[in-house]
Design a protein around this ligand. Structure first.
Ligand code: ZN
Length: 66
């Protein structure tokens, strides 16, 4: 069985339309990540800021691309 203790997906609310988007997380890319994801609903680019707390729980924030 897998011993991975973190969830490998997370949900953010689109900064444009507010709809929830589920994203896959690759923790091997680092504990602090920032990248652009297009909303699955309105296709606007969200800047995703991803971090992990002490328990390995993903923390996701989205803001409009400027
Ligand atoms: Zn959207």
């Amino acid at each position: 069985m897998s011993t991975v203790s973190y969830d490998d997906s997370a949900t953010y609310s689109c900064a444009f339309c507010g709809e929830p988007n589920e994203i896959d997380i690759d923790i091997s890319a680092g504990s602090r990540q920032s990248y652009i994801e297009d909303c699955q609903v309105c296709c606007q680019p969200n800047v995703i800021r991803l971090g992990f707390d002490d328990t390995g729980q993903a923390q996701v924030e989205a803001e409009p691309e400027s």
